[in-house]
Design a protein around this ligand. Structure first.
Ligand SMILES: [Zn+2]
Length: 235
């Protein structure tokens, strides 16, 4: 992603690179001065889903009959030990803010190009468990949302969706109980604040969709609200 740099800027970047070589988040090779975060090859070869214009795409189908989403999709295809896993790992565990901004901006550009996501005016990241967020110090989905908001005019409204009170130890409970716990694990702090908004719910990866479903159900308790979901990757 080449952004123009001054001669001094290039010199400083390269000098810094000699001291602390910046490495590609996808393949770990040393980056060249015009590259940010991902090398040109990885940027070109990002495994995009190419299905976000399709209302029957696999992410959207996860939610059919469960919760009413306006649209849903994902930017990239996730595969174990693949490039996307390495990038998301770097965002999540190494707090690579630059990588999150880059992926978030790519998500924003994809949303902008897909007519199905028109009209979104607010963004909410799936909240981490407060204990996890304290340990980690940040929420990776919120960083992605920040990248998206550089491209799309969406108002960050993260503070209105929160995890509900912890329901106690889950290890002894059955699968159905655990699912019920997930389903009820989110609530709006002020439903009227989201009245008539079209909220984009953002997460890093969607797998079963249970967490996103619970978040969407909570957001839909706001009168007249709509929800779309977009994730960095889908498994
Ligand atoms: Zn690379």
């Amino acid at each position: 992603m080449g952004k123009p740099r001054s001669t001094l800027g290039i010199w400083l970047h390269d000098a810094w690179g000699l001291l602390v070589p910046q490495r590609c988040a996808g393949c770990d090779t040393a980056l060249l001065s015009h590259e940010d975060c991902l090398c040109d090859t990885c940027l070109r070869e990002l495994p995009r889903t190419h299905f976000n214009n399709d209302p029957l795409n696999p992410v959207e189908r996860l939610f059919h009959g469960k919760v009413e989403l306006a649209s849903a999709g994902a930017l990239l295809k996730f595969s174990a030990h693949g490039m996307v896993q390495r990038i998301l790992h770097r965002i999540k565990y190494k707090h690579d803010r630059e990588a999150a901004m880059l992926i978030g901006q790519l998500m924003g550009e994809e949303l902008k190009a897909c007519r199905r996501f028109d009209g979104i005016d607010a963004v909410i990241a799936v909240p981490l468990h407060p204990r996890k967020e304290r340990q980690r110090g940040f929420n990776q989905s919120r960083l992605l949302a920040e990248g998206i908001s550089k491209v799309l005019p969406v108002e960050p409204m993260h503070r209105y969706l929160q995890r509900a009170e912890c329901t106690g130890t889950q290890t002894r409970k059955g699968r159905l109980d655990r699912w019920r716990n997930v389903k009820q694990a989110f609530e709006l702090t002020d439903p009227l604040a989201l009245r008539d908004r079209h909220v984009l719910l953002v997460d890093d990866v969607v797998t079963t969709g249970a967490t996103a479903e619970a978040c969407a159900a909570a957001i839909l308790t706001a009168p007249g609200a709509r929800v779309s979901l977009f994730t960095a990757a889908t498994a």
